[in-house]
Design a protein around this ligand. Structure first.
Ligand code: SAH
Length: 235
């Protein structure tokens, strides 16, 4: 998979993509992540990327031209079919199902807004998807893009080892994962529950394990995941 990210602050991505599982996925060629500086797609002396909003109001709005040019130049390399995702608080709430759908795409283009956001014509005529990572406002789309990329990349074949298989993780099958324990067996007098030593946890399907722990949230979650996770808008 190839992921292109448009940002005004490309260096923000150095650390999250330079460590641990995502770093290994990049090193092993399972994903390539290209960060593009939106300023590189300007033509004036000052590399202007934003301007005052029409109609007044505070803050600056990202101009449409550099974003259109950036996406067009990426598409010249990868073709037209890629989803173009705008990170925005008005987008559909990101969830596991969406991560799974995006992980099947060969390419993704992510646009990070900043300041007051982006010119509406970008939303109307350039992007295919709008994604929010939660009902709050961030200073920019960079952290949101990192969240989306992290959740998508860990689902790519080969990124997690079989011991870490994502199929057994929370949300993958509509359940939350059961509680995990490691050594020591007793810590400050708190014992690992006996059921963990009876050899049945690994044999039960996820739902069975959840029932074992009397976890009604697992049922609620199944409905939540199926009914309320918003669908991607097609092309
Ligand atoms: N004025 C906008 C907020 C702009 S925040 C409003 O009131 O809706 C600046 C940028 O941060 C946005 O353009 C978007 O790219 C990003 N951003 C902020 N909150 C976000 C969220 N919850 N999910 C995804 N992106 C977000």
């Amino acid at each position: 998979m190839r992921i292109d990210i448009l940002s005004l602050f490309p260096q923000m991505f150095d650390s999250p993509f330079g460590e641990s599982i995502i770093r290994r996925a990049i090193d092993r060629g399972l994903v390539s992540i290209l960060i593009h500086n939106i300023r590189d797609f300007t033509h004036d002396k000052h590399h202007t990327v934003d301007d005052y909003p029409y109609g007044g109001g505070s803050g600056m709005v990202l101009k449409p031209a550099p974003l259109f040019e950036a996406v067009e130049s990426i598409k010249e390399e990868i073709g037209d079919a890629s989803p173009v995702i705008l990170l925005t608080p008005q987008g559909r709430l990101f969830c596991h199902q969406m991560a799974q759908e995006l992980s099947t795409q060969p390419n993704l283009i992510l646009i990070c807004g900043h300041y007051e956001g982006v010119d509406e014509r970008v939303r109307e005529h350039l992007v295919t998807d709008e994604v929010s990572i939660g009902e709050y406002v961030l200073t920019g789309g960079e952290l949101a893009a990192m969240v989306v990329v992290d959740a998508v990349v860990r689902l790519l074949p080969g990124v997690l080892s079989s011991e870490q298989a994502s199929q057994e993780d929370s949300y993958a099958q509509g359940f939350l994962e059961y509680p995990q324990y490691t050594r020591p067996q007793a810590y400050k007098g708190w014992e690992v529950p006996p059921v963990y030593f009876q050899g049945i946890i690994r044999k039960l399907p996820h739902g069975g394990v959840s029932k074992l722990f009397n976890a009604p949230w697992s049922v609620v979650l199944t409905f939540w995941g199926r009914l309320f996770c918003p669908k991607r808008r097609e092309g």
